[in-house]
Design a protein around this ligand. Sequence first.
Ligand SMILES: [Ca+2]
Length: 539
Amino acid sequence: MPAVWTSTSPNLSLHGTANLLPWFSVLKLAQSPVLIRSMMSFFRSGLLSFLGVQTLFSAFAVATDVDLPTTRPNVVIILADDLGIGDTGCYGATVLKTPNIDSLAVNGIRFTQGYAASATCTPSRYALMTGVYPIRHPQASILPGNAPLIIKPSQPTLPRLFKDAGYATFAVGKWHLGLADGNQDWNKEIRPGLVDLGFDHSFIMAATNDRTPTVYIEDQRCVGLAPNDPLMVDYQKNFDDEPTGKSHPELLTKMTANVGHVDSIVNGIGRIGFQKGSKAAYWIDEDMADTFNAKALEYVRRAVKGDKPFFLYYGLHQPHCPRVPHPRFVDSTPLGPRGDVIVEADWQVGELLKLLHELNVEEDTLIIFTSDNGMVLHDAYIDRAVELNTKAGHTPSGILRGGKYSRYDGGMHVPFILQWKGTVKPGISDAVVCQIDFLASFARLTGQLMPQNVDSIDTLDAFLGRSERGRKELVLEAGRQLSFRSENWFLLPNMKQGNAEPRTELFDLSVDPSQKEDVAAKHPEQVEQMLKRLDEIVR
Ligand SMILES: [Ca+2]
């Protein structure tokens, strides 16, 4: 790694305020032979006369790279919802076939130590989009569908970064970071929305597929509403005479739940939250994969025709519940609906890859496939996931302990693959990488200034397979409770189990990746040092 990056390594400060490379550091570090060579090369390139001061400033960061291509790649982030590390063939699944996701691993880098920042949707996505630990935001918890947007338009965001770098920016699929101010009239323009965070265009669901409003939202407006039958959403009380899962269980014709999900009924399935009006606009779960994919492919076609690189954020809705595949994927696995929707998601990935190939932009496109948190089998709806997975011997968390909602490693340790054909050499990396670092890493890749006041750090070299050194320290979260990984140590402060006194657990992942043996009592100094460091980071 060039000295200029180690000397200012934000690894040393996860608060991230030191992420910006100041002028004096540039001058001081210009003594580095690597930087001097890079600067000479840059000056010789003759580009300098075309660039303003700010671009020159950014260029110093870029100039530290030895081999990065001069053109900026398209960037696609595909984020599955609740997909475990053991749910894809390339990470060891045998019952479940995911040839398209596996092809990304064959042609790219498969990370064995890849992380979401949290074990649940909203906080995980907050970290990915903003580069800030979700524990710093009081509302970064699983949000209702009518929650206000929890990202400030003034914050650095991933789409804003790409937009500032001259990209066309698109979002498709699951959002779940809130919209507008919390008092939204869903029949009017929804602002602030994704356009205010840097997305040129978007086609999303507001929250999750088990929450109202169950309509698609395109460019800040709900799709297909009837002007004379306004859409209304409420998370406190029902609307008069509207059937609910509780009052009319006979209308739950497709799926029932044994925990909650008994408010408004849509497509024979109970949801969380009440809604009324514009029923023709409600989504049909079976068609959701086709709908999102059509839009994602349309955006890619449109972008490739233009003269800008593009950034596509694609939030897959699978395998989050309710799991309702299109009929052509039903019974495609022995795992029931959960397995079938993963095969459906893999098909979506395949269609996107096919289009990039057809458009001859594969080598111009950096693709990341990952998941927003670990796996969950039974998540309220009754779809036999536990029974069928056990019977087939499928282990969606692989060898990891825990899954969605859990502070153990399986809560946030997820599939994580990066493909950039022609530039990134295929392989397997054990570097610790996290979605929170997309912001700083892509800032460097696209020659932008490092964002300030974020926890995101530049791990671009690890993402591109040029270094086995990823994050030294990573704060993780589940339900506002923290876990802390430092090198191969994994700390869980104040674990509470049953009526026992809370205690701190410590695991050594280098010898115990399944977190079977708590070694806190054996290593009190390590515990103390990590508790102190964690406090320094998040205080
Ligand atoms: Ca999720």
